[in-house]
Design a protein around this ligand. Structure first.
Ligand code: PEP
Ligand code: MG
Length: 578
């Protein structure tokens, strides 16, 4: 039955394909007594065999995309499946109680989880999470709810889920996932950001699409317009196929701008860089003509594993990126854990307001063991390229001073040990909390650069959770208040001779580009797939015109009025296609 869903356009592109629904199996399972024991044992064997296949291919994918240490978790899970305490005990329970496989598996794994959770030893306590994860995988095969494994899909699909976590998306097989749609989330939730960096069309915040569309139904995903059509008619398929072809033709034109400078028609030059989560993402940035990496979200190195990455592992990852950039800059952001980015082994307390809580630099200044290890790795990598370090979630000048103090101490250690590093490595901060934006001129003397994190800056300014689709209409990048804050940051920094970048998603937005350019932004860092579109826009503009546009836009009364002004301006004299 034809159905249309409206959501938030999260990543450009059109896809048409069968729906694959990713369902995490329910925690409560039904108990059935007096079952045919042999049949239940066979069902269990079959589900375990399928889970092993999943884990093997997850291991291969993680190895290829993330490296041996991150992949090790899947080998550990395979070992648990081979342990007689787990599958053997489940079989005994089926036999003695004549009970269904799901129920026996849940009972046995709950007992093991309870046992591990009581232990003192941190490492062993973590095993409880592994058991839960494996239970979910085996259960999803037993219940036929669709594999929780995104890395070994056998045919191209449109992936649907209530929510995708950053660790789900990192192992996603992009040759098979043509697009994804989720019930919750906004444009700046991390799964949406990941979709853009992988170049996969996505619509998020669809409400109830996952439960309403039967698996296997053909769907059209319009990542430009934020629409999903289930069971479309032939005319719709033809229309969207044509749009897919147009988008492919546009991409060809953009590709010709790959090696061109990012300079306006009247000679004003800016830098267009890419955002990455792991070294594997760098290829897309370079393929799209990125002039550097303006944000390396280092927390992705800490995900999908059991312990924090060692200094050596981090050093290898940072040096790899620095060397491949061959002199172009990379801004490595120190660990930004918290908000929607969970790292279970750090054992951070559950909080009522995680976006306003113990996160990012607040954790690092408290857990200086973690912070020092990371700073050592970054400093060591600075010897091999153009590396800059950046601290996230800064709210006041004393945090900057304390972070720099730790950095100075780590430098002293390295100097004493005779380890080479770039002593003049630039130090910057993210401006994503309004207190720092408003007082930018007071903080500027402490840093070499700012990078505006609009994803968080907008949510804190508008008091609007970036993940909450119900209030996504209040998440307003073009609100004059946001433009004024951006202006305060740029003016405050320029007064002290410091440069300003932007690494929030707004930097890759074509409508925002003339405004940001006109406000004097020096560097724009974005998902790889947006770089060439923004370069095209910059090259078609005159800086002087953009300055006049921005000066007028900050006096508009609303986001709608700003948008309308930019649209009129682009239509009239603003943009000249060459
Ligand atoms: C931001 O807040 O704009 C930003 C770039 O950081 P993140 O999206 O990782 O929170
Ligand atoms: Mg942020």
């Amino acid at each position: 039955m034809r159905m249309v869903f409206r959501g938030v356009a999260a990543s450009d592109g059109i896809a048409i394909g069968p729906l694959f629904v990713l369902q995490h199996a329910p925690v409560e399972v039904e108990e059935r007594r007096g079952v045919a024991v042999d049949a239940e044992l066979a069902r269990l064997d079959d589900a375990v065999a399928k889970t092993k296949q999943d884990l093997q291919s997850l291991h291969e994918t993680a190895l290829e995309r993330l490296g041996p240490d991150e992949a090790a978790i899947f080998t550990a899970h395979l070992q648990i499946l081979e342990d007689p305490e787990f599958v053997g005990a489940t079989k005994r329970q089926i036999e003695t109680d004549q009970v269904n496989a799901e129920f026996a598996l849940t009972t046995v794994s709950n007992q093991l989880v309870a046992l591990f959770e009581q232990l003192e030893d941190d490492y062993l306590r973590q095993r409880a999470a592994d058991i839960k994860d494996i239970r979910q995988r085996v259960l999803s095969h037993l219940l036929g709810t669709g594999s929780a494994n995104l890395s070994n899909l056998t045919h191209p699909v449109v992936l649907a889920a209530v929510e995708l976590t950053p660790s789900d998306t990192v192992v996603l097989d992009k040759r098979r996932v043509q697009a994804f749609i989720t019930d919750v989330g906004g444009r700046t939730s991390h799964s949406a950001i990941m979709a853009r960096s992988l170049g996969i069309p996505a619509v998020v915040g669809l409400g109830s699409a996952t439960a309403s569309i039967p698996p296997g139904t053909t769907v059209i995903v319009d990542g430009f317009g934020g629409e999903v059509i289930a069971d479309p008619d032939a005319a719709e398929i033809a229309r969207f196929t044509e749009r897919m072809e147009e988008a492919a033709a546009d991409a060809k034109v953009l590709a010709t701008l790959k090696g061109e400078p990012s300079v306006t028609r009247d000679g004003h030059k800016v830098e267009l860089a890419g955002n990455i989560g792991t070294p594997a993402d760098l290829a897309a940035v370079l393929d799209n003509g990125g002039e550097g990496v303006g944000l390396f979200r280092s927390e992705f190195l800490y995900m999908n594993r059991d312990t924090a990455p060692t200094e050596e592992e981090q050093f290898t990852a940072y040096r790899d990126v620095a060397e491949r950039l061959a002199g172009k800059p990379v801004v490595i952001r120190t660990l930004d854990v918290g908000g929607d980015k969970e790292i279970p082994y750090l054992d951070l307390p559950k909080e009522a307001n995680p976006f306003l809580g113990y996160r990012a630099i607040r954790v690092c200044l408290d857990r200086t063991d973690l912070f020092r290890t990371q700073l050592r790795a970054i400093l060591r990598a600075s010897h091999y390229g153009n590396v800059k370090v950046m601290f996230p979630m800064i709210s006041n000048v004393s945090e900057v001073r304390r972070a720099k103090q730790v950095l100075a101490e780590v430098k002293d250690d390295l100097r004493r040990e005779g380890v080479p590093f770039d002593d003049r490595m630039e130090v910057g901060i993210m401006v994503e909390i309004p207190s720092v934006a408003v007082a930018a001129d007071l903080v500027a003397p402490e840093v070499d650069f700012f990078s505006i994190g609009t994803n968080d800056l907008i949510q804190y300014t508008m008091a609007c959770d970036r993940m909450n689709e119900r209030i996504s209409h209040l998440y307003q990048p073009y609100h004059p208040a946001i433009l004024r804050l951006v202006k305060m940051v740029i003016d405050g920094a320029h007064r002290h001779g410091k440069w300003v970048g932007m690494c929030g998603e707004m930097a890759g937005d074509e409508t925002a580009a003339p405004l940001l350019l006109g406000l004097g932004l020096d560097e724009f860092s974005m998902s790889a797939g947006s770089i060439l579109k923004i370069r095209q826009r910059v090259r078609n503009l005159r800086f002087a015109d953009a300055e006049a546009l921005a000066a007028a836009a900050v006096h508009e009364e609303s986001q709608e009025a700003v948008r309308a002004r930019v649209a009129r301006w682009l239509e009239q004299a603003g943009e000249h296609r060459s």
